[in-house]
Design a protein around this ligand. Sequence first.
Ligand SMILES: CC(C)(COP(=O)(O)OP(=O)(O)OC[C@H]1O[C@@H](n2cnc3c(N)ncnc32)[C@H](O)[C@@H]1OP(=O)(O)O)[C@@H](O)C(=O)NCCC(=O)NCCS
Length: 174
Amino acid sequence: MRIREALPEDAPALLKMDRKVAGETNFLLITAEETDLIPLHQKEQLIGKFHGSADSLLLIAITKEEIVGCLSLEQKYGIRQKHVGEFEIAVLSAYWNMGIARRMMNHMMKWVVQNPSIRSMQLKVMANNEKAIRLFRKFGFREEGRQHRTVRLNNELYVDVITMGQWLKKSGTK
Ligand SMILES: CC(C)(COP(=O)(O)OP(=O)(O)OC[C@H]1O[C@@H](n2cnc3c(N)ncnc32)[C@H](O)[C@@H]1OP(=O)(O)O)[C@@H](O)C(=O)NCCC(=O)NCCS
């Protein structure tokens, strides 16, 4: 298993992984049905956008057979917010608890320290996703806010979303 940046030619395998993982967990904001609607050319364009940007990162964890994990860090739009990177992560359930998310996050943290633009990192996580929250806390993210009943899982079940973030201390700055 190795970790590298995604390339546009990874689009079919990445779409396959997106569909699979969205069907395996309720902790993602997008459903499997919605991922089915994403056309290949759109995914290729999206990967190309990440690849062409010095301030956004799309990582994949890949075995000989398939993509098993994905992490995106996307720079926010506009002069006033482009110092913020928004981050998401998912790993196929067959590969959980093997340290793949931790490896991808280590890679991201090294990258972000070298990046001159990104000063703040943010993410959204469902309040009941204890495992992910623990992982993010280990990497220095702290809870910054809570959005009540933002996710609707079914007719009866609404879940809060927690926003987490961290300000990056870079040499010579506060
Ligand atoms: C959250 C997720 C990305 C973690 O991926 P993973 O590869 O299984 O995570 P790792 O194996 O690297 O474990 C990372 C940490 O999770 C925690 N963890 C792992 N297994 C755990 C378990 N069974 N119970 C509780 N915590 C656990 C530990 O803190 C671990 O840190 P450690 O390696 O220092 O012990 C993965 O479960 C996933 O894709 N879930 C569905 C999508 C999701 O929730 N994404 C995050 C929302 S933004």
